[in-house]
Design a protein around this ligand. Structure first.
Ligand code: UDP
Ligand code: MG
Length: 196
C-alpha cells in the first residue's frame, strides 16, 4: 500500500478564529455525519492565530482514524487566507468548506456530496434563514448577490457563504486574494464548468 492509496475521497476544511467552545461540538457533528456517509475523509482545521484555547481544543480531539489535520497559521490572517491554506493542504477529490462557529450544519454535507457525485463542480449553500441584522448585513448582501449574479451570469443566490463543496481540481486552479473567496464561482464559470 502506498501513501497515495491512503488519500481520502473527501476533505472538510474549517477556518477557526477563537472558536474554542465550538471545536468539540463541531467535530462531533462532522464525524457523526461522515460516519454515516461511509466515504473516506479527512478534516483540515485551520487555526487562524486564535488567542483563546482553539489550538489546544483541536489537539485534544480524538484522532484514532488519523484523519484530522491541524494547520496552525502564524498570527491572524483572516478567513480568506485561512481558507486558502486549507484548500492548499486538502487532499480529497471533493473539498467541502464550512465555518467553525456552528452557523453551518455539518449534517447538510451529504446533500452537497450528492450533487458533486451527480456531476456538478461547485455546490453552494444558501443562507435562506440568515441570522444577521437586516440593514447592516442582509440588505447589502442581497444587493451584492443580485449584482454579482447579473454581472457574471452565474445564477447563484448566495455568493458570500463559505458553505460550499468543490471538485478539487476546480478550486485548486483558482488563486485566492483578499475577499476573493466570494468570487470563486464567477472565476471558475469562465472555465465552463457546471454550477448548481
Ligand atoms: N475566521 C477566521 N479568521 C478570521 C475571522 C474568522 O478563520 O480572522 C473564521 C471563523 O472562526 C469562522 C469563519 O471564519 O469559522 C467565519 O467567520 P465569521 O463567523 O466571523 O464570519 P461570518 O459568519 O460573519 O461570515
Ligand atoms: Mg459566522
Amino acid at each position: 500500500m502506498t501513501y497515495k492509496d491512503n488519500l481520502p475521497e473527501i476533505s472538510i476544511i474549517v477556518p477557526l478564529y477563537n472558536e474554542v467552545e465550538n471545536v468539540p461540538i463541531l467535530h462531533q457533528k462532522i464525524s457523526g455525519t461522515m460516519k454515516i456517509l461511509n466515504r473516506t475523509y479527512e478534516v483540515v482545521y485551520i487555526n487562524d492565530g486564535s488567542s483563546d484555547g482553539t489550538l489546544d481544543a483541536l489537539m485534544s480531539l480524538p484522532n484514532e482514524e488519523k484523519n484530522i489535520l491541524i494547520l496552525n497559521l502564524k498570527g491572524n490572517n483572516g478567513q480568506t487566507a485561512a481558507l486558502a491554506a486549507g484548500f492548499d493542504y486538502a487532499r480529497g477529490n471533493i473539498i467541502v468548506s464550512l465555518d467553525g462557529d456552528l452557523q453551518h450544519d455539518p449534517s447538510e454535507i451529504p446533500n452537497f456530496i450528492k450533487e458533486i457525485d451527480a456531476g456538478y463542480d461547485i455546490v453552494s449553500g444558501w443562507r435562506e434563514h440568515r441570522v444577521d441584522p437586516y440593514f447592516s448585513r442582509k440588505l447589502p448582501s442581497r444587493v451584492a448577490n443580485w449584482i454579482m449574479a447579473k454581472w457574471s451570469g452565474v445564477p447563484l443566490h448566495d455568493f458570500g457563504t463559505t458553505f460550499k463543496a468543490y471538485r478539487s481540481e476546480v478550486i485548486k486552479s483558482v488563486s485566492l486574494y483578499g475577499e476573493f473567496h466570494r468570487f470563486i464561482p464567477v472565476l471558475v464559470e469562465g472555465m465552463k464548468i457546471n454550477i448548481k
